[in-house]
Design a protein around this ligand. Structure first.
Ligand code: URP
Ligand code: ZN
Ligand code: ZN
Length: 465
C-alpha cells in the first residue's frame, strides 16, 4: 500500500520546502520535488503544512488523586485529532509490584486494546524500596528508559523524599535511564495549605497561593544539586516558574546534564484563570500552579532559546462537575491536573507561530523531534525522513476555529481553553501510513496504536555518552 502526499510545505527542525512524500508499508520511503505518481492514493497538500506527528511525552491516562481517576486510553483519539501520533504515558507503580510488572499489566489491561495512537511509557516510583532501585538498570531492556519521581504531594502514595530521588539518580546513570522529577517542595506546600485552610481560604485560587513560584524554584535547585551529587542527568517536567527555568538553563550552561520541559497551559493561561468565580477556577487547578503573565512570557523566551526542550500537555482528564467538585469547600481536595492533549498543536501554532514567538521549525522541535530524542524513540519517530514511521500531520493554516468542549474527544466535561480562537486546524493525520484523521475527524481503529520501545541514553545523555 502506497500513498503520495503532494505539494505540501514539509517542515523540519532545520528548514521547510514545498515537496512530496511517498509512503510505502507504513514508512516514508521517498521525499522530493515533483515525485512521479506511482500510486492512485494521492493526497493534495497544496497550501498546507506537513509536520511530523506530535509526540506528547507527558500524559496521565491512569493518574489518581484521592478517590478520583482520570479518563484513560479509550480517549486517545483526542491525541490523533490534535496532531499527536505518539503519547508517552506516566504509569503508576502498583502496590507491591515492580515498575516493569506495573507497566506490563497496565499495557495489557488498559492500553493495548484501546490505544488509538502509538504509545510508550515512563514508570512512576510509588514505593522507594531497595528492589525498585535495583530494578532501575533493567528498565531499558523492556523499552522503558525513563522514570519519574514526585517530590511534591506530601501524604500521597506517590510522594518521594530526597533520599529516593538521589538513589534513583545514582541507580540510573550507567544504564542510560533518564530520571524525571516533579519539582515542588512538598513540606512547604503542606504548611501553606494548612495556613490557608485555617484562615478559611478554601477557593481554588488558594491552590496558587499555597504553591508560590519559590516552592518550585527551591525544589528544582535541590533536584539539580542531587543530580550533580549523583553525577547523573536530570529531566524536570512541567516547569512553570521563570527562576526554575533559569536554574535549569544555568546548570546546563555550566556543564551539568540538566534539561526540562514546559506545558501548553503555562504558556497561555495564568493565575486569573484560577480566580474565576463559581468554582470555575477549579478547572485550572494543576501543579505546579498557573503563574503570572511575567512567568508566562519568560517561558516563551525559554522555549525559543532552547532553555527548555519540549512542550507537553500534562494531560490529565478529570471532570469538573463531579471530580473537581470534591474540593468544593477545600482546594486541597480538588484533583490536580487539566486536559489538553487535543489542543497542543493548535495552541502552539496560534499563540506561538502566528504571533512570531516561535518559528515553525522550533514548533516541530518542541512538539515532536525533541520529545522523540528525550525518550529514545527518535530511531522511528519525530522526523519526516526516509525510513521513519509515516506519522504525518497535514495542518491547514487558513481556518479559524473556536476551541470548545463541544469538539473535544477528551471525554472530560470542560476545556481549559474554552472560547479561545485557534488559527488553523489539523486536516489529516497518518499513523504509520494509515489515514486516521480526515477533514479533522477521527477515522482510525480502536486498538491500532502500538507500543514503541524507548532506547536508553536519550537526549539528556548527549554530553555524557
Ligand atoms: O496537576 C498535575 N500536573 N497533575 C498531573 C500529575 C502531575 O503532577 O504531573
Ligand atoms: Zn507532576
Ligand atoms: Zn504530569
Amino acid at each position: 500500500m502506497a500513498t503520495l502526499i503532494k505539494n505540501g510545505i514539509i517542515v523540519s527542525t532545520a528548514d521547510e520546502f514545498k515537496g512530496d512524500i511517498l509512503i510505502e508499508n507504513g514508512k516514508i520511503t521517498t521525499i522530493g520535488i515533483n515525485l512521479e505518481n506511482h500510486t492512485d492514493d494521492i493526497v493534495n497538500a497544496s497550501g498546507m503544512y506537513v509536520l511530523p506527528g506530535g509526540i506528547d511525552q507527558h500524559t496521565h491516562f491512569s493518574f489518581t488523586y484521592k478517590n478520583a481517576k482520570v479518563r484513560g486510553f479509550e480517549t486517545s483519539n483526542a491525541a490523533a485529532i490534535g496532531g499527536t501520533t505518539t503519547v508517552i504515558d506516566f504509569v503508576n507503580q502498583k502496590p507491591g509490584k515492580g515498575i516493569v510488572e506495573s507497566v506490563k499489566e497496565y499495557d495489557k489491561n488498559e492500553v493495548s486494546n484501546v490505544a488509538m495512537v502509538d504509545y510508550s511509557f515512563h514508570g512512576i516510583v510509588f514505593e522507594a524500596t531497595n528492589e525498585i532501585f535495583e530494578e532501575i538498570p533493567t528498565l531499558p531492556k523492556e523499552g522503558i528508559p525513563t522514570l519519574k519521581l514526585f517530590m511534591a504531594y506530601k501524604g500521597f502514595p506517590y510522594h518521594c523524599d530526597d533520599e529516593a530521588v538521589f538513589r534513583a539518580l545514582k541507580a540510573s546513570k550507567d544504564s542510560g535511564v533518564t530520571i524525571m522529577v516533579h519539582a515542588e517542595n512538598a513540606d512547604v506546600i503542606d504548611v501553606l495549605q494548612k495556613e490557608c485552610l485555617k484562615k478559611g481560604l478554601t477557593d481554588p485560587y488558594y491552590h496558587a497561593v499555597s504553591r508560590p513560584p519559590l516552592v518550585e524554584v527551591e525544589a528544582t535547585q535541590r533536584a539539580i544539586n542531587l543530580a550533580r551529587l549523583a553525577d547523573a542527568p536530570l529531566y524536570v517536567v512541567h516547569v512553570s516558574a521563570k527562576e526554575a527555568m533559569e536554574a535549569i538553563r544555568d546548570a546546563n550552561i555550566s556543564g551539568s546534564s540538566i534539561y526540562g520541559e514546559t506545558c501548553t497551559h503555562y504558556l497561555i493561561l495564568d493565575t486569573d484563570n484560577l480566580a474565576k468565580p463559581n468554582f470555575e477556577g477549579a478547572k485550572y487547578v494543576c501543579s505546579p500552579a498557573l503563574r503570572s503573565i511575567e512567568h508566562r512570557e519568560s517561558l516563551w523566551k525559554g522555549v525559543k532559546k532552547g532553555w527548555l526542550n519540549a512542550i507537553s500537555s500534562d494531560h490529565c482528564g478529570f471532570d469538573w462537575k463531579v471530580q473537581k467538585n470534591m474540593g468544593k469547600d477545600d482546594f486541597t481536595s480538588i484533583p490536580n491536573g487539566a486536559p489538553g492533549l487535543q489542543n497542543r498543536l493548535g495552541i502552539l501554532w496560534t499563540f506561538g507561530v502566528e504571533t512570531g514567538k516561535i518559528s515553525r521549525q522550533k514548533l516541530v522541535d518542541l512538539f515532536s523531534t525533541a520529545p522523540a530524542k528525550i525518550n529514545g524513540i527518535d530511531y522511528v519517530k519525530g522526523h519526516i525522513g526516509i525510513g521513519y514511521d509515516a506519522d504525518i500531520v497535514i495542518y491547514n493554516p487558513n481556518t479559524k476555529n473556536i476551541i470548545s468542549v463541544e469538539n473535544s474527544l477528551q471525554g472530560v466535561d470542560y476545556s481549559p481553553y474554552e472560547g479561545m480562537t485557534q488559527i488553523g486546524n489539523v486536516e489529516k493525520v497518518f499513523l504509520r501510513g494509515e489515514l486516521i484523521v480526515d477533514a479533522g475527524k477521527y477515522i482510525g481503529k480502536v486498538g491500532d496504536g502500538k507500543f514503541v520501545k524507548g532506547k536508553p541514553f536519550g537526549l539528556c545523555y548527549e554530553d555524557i555518552k
